[in-house]
Design a protein around this ligand. Sequence first.
Ligand code: AMP
Length: 214
Amino acid sequence: MNIILLGPPGAGKGTQARFLCDERDMIQLSTGDMLREAKDSGTEMGKIVADVMARGELVTDEIVIGLIREKLKGDKKGGFIFDGFPRTLAQADALGDLLAEEGETLDSVIEMQVDDNALVARITARSTCGDCGEVYNDHTKPIPADGKCSNCGGTEFKRRADDNEESLKQRLMEYYKKTSPLIGYYYAKGQLSSVDGLGEMAAVKADIAKVLDT
Ligand code: AMP
């Protein structure tokens, strides 16, 4: 089963993708994570995308489509979860072609709906465990008092460089201008389902399971 989690930054796509990986043996393909890795390891491509990402703009379709193309050739396990990809109509068309080349299909597109005020509050309070990626929130799920990650015991926590109000505004603008048309695109293809992304993590997870299991 191959699915897309679609939604603005902070909608909870990464958190839900991690649940799906653990429980359904799926593979999370987050282009944001791939680009951050390239940036941190200082590759040529990483250098090209660093400024664009810091500003909250989208990197070129060509770069992200290339990243996804490579991953689709690898182990498919229980299927792919596309997280943060596609973000433009050109990427959506390319994904359809790439899946067809691999003899795969897109089974479901799940839109995670959240209100913009909640997004800003979530993102500016967000941090993650540097070892396992567990997501924390200063207000709703603070880092444990002993300073150890509740999932893996790690003690390093990171805040994303682009999780500040300025670049968040730009990321939201990019989402509404370039990514939100994908909601109509997948609706017209009969592949779209929507869940309320604002509820408790467990409730969102149950809603996603309902979509995938029916
Ligand atoms: P994310 O972790 O998904 O929020 O992505 C972080 C940043 O990486 C975005 O703000 C973009 O600059 C870049 N990025 C990630 N995925 C894509 C994509 N599919 N298309 C273009 N840019 C992307």
